[in-house]
Design a protein around this ligand. Structure first.
Ligand code: SF4
Length: 482
């Protein structure tokens, strides 16, 4: 679908429309961060359809309800501005949800007409102080993430919202300065920013952090894990409906991020968005370490080494055993995966970690693609590939039609990524290993474990078994012993 565009009277350039985009909308990622804060509810400043679309996408993956407010733009607000709509939405949501915080995101429409949301929020808070709004006595914390989808993907919206919450709350004052002190015998406090991962992954991160202290939740190795939607987006069934599900990082824990001894940030925010880790370093003096998502032995080793060095404790024996089991699995399964060819795609952080893992087990990622526009993605992927660098085509700003065109020539054996890659796999006649976000055509997506040695083992088994099943199902004999 090449369309000519008149760049000037004398020149014509061509562009190719995006066909089946490999990315999602920026406020979606931001809304997930807001559900990862205890007592917080997201509110989108824009038209109602945006929040409906995001709710549908998130619910189909997590199989949990998620309420997202909307300032509900009409034609009038699109022309004259949506300040009054926003104020009404804030009043209504405060009254009906009684939240501890409201996270506001922008949408394409409110950004396009140039809404100055930070100014509106200052005006609203000033009115609230004067008692000029409803809801006397209820004053949820307000914070704002600018998330136009034409500037970034769902993951860029995610990182932007992490920044918005941290810079709003961790700058409020050194309430817990003591948490950086080690002289009292207490361990220093750690910030862990988890990245756009599954609810099960967040539970696994809690388990790993807790194992350093000897037991989950111990104050010996204190930490803030943010955002934490492990319960709010994957909780037990309820007897009665709750407007705001339980779970999430508490506001106080986010405040304490400003006085921690280290931030470990899983993933790397692109230059297009604000960076909470860098903000904590520059404004609160908290050192920063960026690591890849701990998928694969090398990435998991790096993550655990950072924890071990910070808390000055050895790697817990349970984790060492898990690593040993993973190495054993690599040995058992290498003959099924060695030199196989995979197409991988999705959000940048996830694809980088996945590429590193595949390279480690001998699978060639013949295409590593993301829908994000980020030229540094290529450098980043190349830096994690040791054995297969020359054989990998790296695509940013990619769509599924473009991937299919290249993949027909590259003859992959399997496709690894979220469920939007189904038609890619079908057209190529090869299997799809579902992981990441979103997965809308299977149950249990929120419980897929990707991180740490256990998560890597899960992915390794999935990849091996998919290839074995494919071989078995295509063979006329259908061996029961492979
Ligand atoms: S208009 Fe923009 S913000 Fe709204 S759903 Fe579409 S991409 Fe997302």
């Amino acid at each position: 679908m090449n369309a000519p565009v008149a760049a000037s009277a004398s020149a014509v350039t061509h562009f190719t429309s995006t066909r089946n985009a490999c990315k999602l909308c920026a406020p979606l990622g931001a809304s997930l961060v807001m559900r990862g804060i205890e007592g917080c509810i997201p509110l989108m400043h824009g038209s109602q359809g945006c929040s409906t679309y995001i709710r549908r996408y998130v619910i189909s993956h997590f199989r949990e309800p998620i309420d997202i407010g909307s300032s509900n733009f009409t034609e009038t607000s699109a022309i004259f501005g949506g300040r009054d709509n926003l104020f009404t939405a804030l009043d209504n949501m405060t009254r009906s949800y009684k939240p501890q915080a409201i996270g506001i995101t922008s949408t394409c429409l409110s950004e396009t007409i140039g809404e100055d949301v930070p100014m509106y929020l200052r005006q609203y808070e000033a009115e609230r102080k004067r008692g000029g709004r409803l809801n006397a006595g209820l004053e949820p914390v307000l914070f704002y993430a600018s998330t136009p989808s034409y500037r970034g993907t769902h993951v860029e919206g995610f990182h932007e919202a992490v920044y918005a919450a941290v810079s709003r709350l961790a700058g409020e004052g050194a309430e817990v300065e003591t948490c950086r002190a080690t002289g009292s015998g207490a361990s220093p406090r750690l910030n862990l920013v988890s990245g756009f991962v599954s609810a099960e992954d967040i539970r696994e991160l809690h388990r790993i952090l807790g194992s350093f202290a000897g037991e989950p939740g111990s104050r010996r190795c204190p930490y803030t894990l943010f955002p934490d939607y492990s319960e709010s987006m994957d909780g037990p069934s309820w007897e009665t409906y709750r407007k705001l599900p339980q779970g999430g990082t508490s506001l106080d824990d986010i405040r304490m991020m400003g006085s921690a001894g280290l931030t470990i940030y899983q993933g790397r925010p692109s230059n297009a968005v604000s960076d909470a880790g860098r903000w904590l370093m520059e404004n609160r003096g908290v050192p920063l370490v960026n690591v890849e998502l701990p998928i694969g032995i090398e990435n998991a080793d790096t993550f655990l080494a950072a924890l071990s060095a910070f808390w000055e404790r050895g790697i817990p024996e349970a984790l060492t055993k898990e690593r040993g089991r993973l190495v054993d699995a690599y040995i058992d399964g290498h003959k099924y995966v060695n030199r196989k060819r995979a197409v991988i795609y999705g959000e940048e952080d996830f694809v980088c970690a996945l590429a590193s893992f595949l390279d480690e087990i001998g699978v060639i990622p013949v295409i590593a693609a993301t829908g994000a526009v980020n030229p540094s993605f290529k450098t980043r992927i190349r830096s994690v590939l040791r054995n297969t660098r020359e054989e990998t085509e790296i695509m940013d700003d990619a769509d599924f039609a473009g991937m299919l065109e290249r993949a027909r020539f590259l003859k992959p054996d399997l496709v690894i990524g979220h469920s939007k890659g189904l038609y890619l796999a079908r057209n190529l006649g090869i299997p799809l290993v579902r992981c990441g976000f979103p997965i809308h055509d299977r149950i249990g997506a929120q419980r897929i474990l990707h991180l740490g040695y256990r998560g890597t083992l899960n992915l390794f088994d999935l990849v091996c078994n998919t290839l074995m099943e494919e071989k078995q199902s295509r063979h006329e004999v259908g061996y029961t012993y492979i």
